[in-house]
Design a binder for this molecule. Structure first.
Ligand SMILES: O=P(O)(O)OC[C@@H](O)[C@@H](O)c1c[nH]c2ccccc12
Length: 272
């Protein structure tokens, strides 16, 4: 089994256990369930500069512990103060050290920013969970879902008022999984089966994504030059975790990146 298969196998067991402890109608009763979602795709569509989606990630299977001892409410509020367009918070515990508690603390500290529930969605039940913790966006990973599952899960997400980020890593996944209910297409520069990361993945796929979809580039991003290069290939948003989380002050690391982005674009106004 590759790591993605291991995560999915574990997730299926976890979801069955959660269903036994909390029913869908319990989830629907949570206060945040009725919160009106904030759109990320609308903000990205009109973005005239690169937008950063900052991730709260304690650890990962590829990197091990990145930053175990951080407070989600502080880090995410610092991200927002430094200009993050959205937040991504891992809710997978076993492989990424995340939790609903992390997500809820981040949500409480930042009531109005678009937030992505970063997890491995394999069952409709998890969409109700996402809604109940105040998520605005959910992730569907083409590499671990059948195209028919992407279609039904994304439709259900829309019914619940959630936006859908479809993550792809190659042209086959893109061709097979893209459907009408996708709001944002994310190209993951990291192959989740091998952990290899290459920005070329985003460059190669940029032209294959129909212009009607807003696109973001994910993983392995750290410098302003690369981000502006990808922006010029049509990417509006950039999902970044490790670059920020590995520092003692993730919010300050985002502020530095934002500074570098504006300095470069001031020097070369044609770039953005
Ligand atoms: O920490 P990075 O290299 O900046 O990557 C962030 C994000 O793209 C990555 O965490 C991610 C992308 N897709 C995922 C799917 C599941 C878990 C995690 C991910």
């Amino acid at each position: 089994m590759n790591i993605l298969e291991k995560i999915v196998a574990r997730k299926l067991v976890e979801v069955e256990a959660s269903k036994r402890t909390k029913s869908i109608s319990d989830l629907e009763k949570e206060a945040l369930f009725s919160r009106t979602s904030v759109s990320l795709s609308d903000a990205l569509k009109i973005a005239a500069t690169p937008k950063i989606i900052s991730e709260f990630k304690r650890k990962s299977p590829s990197k091990g512990i990145i930053n175990g001892d951080v407070l989600p409410e502080i880090v995410t509020a610092d991200y927002v103060a430094a200009g993050a367009a959205a937040l991504s918070v891992l809710t997978d515990t076993d492989f990424f050290g995340g939790s609903f508690d992390d997500f809820l603390r981040a949500r409480k500290a930042n009531p109005n920013i678009p937030m992505l529930r970063k997890d491995f969605i394999v069952d409709e039940y998890q969409l109700f969970e996402a809604k109940s913790i105040g998520a605005d966006i959910i992730l569907l990973i083409a590499a671990c879902l059948e195209p028919s599952e992407v279609e039904s899960l994304s439709k259900k997400a829309h019914d619940l008022g959630l936006e859908v980020l479809l993550e792809v890593h190659n042209s086959e996944e893109l061709a097979q999984s893209l459907c009408d209910h996708i709001d944002i297409v994310g190209v993951n520069n990291r192959n989740l089966k091998t952990f290899e990361t290459s920005i070329e993945t985003s460059i190669e796929l940029s032209e294959q994504i129909p212009g009607s979809f807003v696109k973001i580039s994910e993983s392995g991003l750290s410098d302003a030059e690369t981000i502006l290069h990808l922006y010029n290939h049509g990417y509006k948003g950039f999902l970044i975790g490790e670059t920020f989380m590995k520092t003692a002050n993730p919010g300050a690391a985002l502020a530095d990146l934002q500074n570098n982005l504006s300095q470069i674009s001031n020097r070369n106004p044609h770039v953005v």
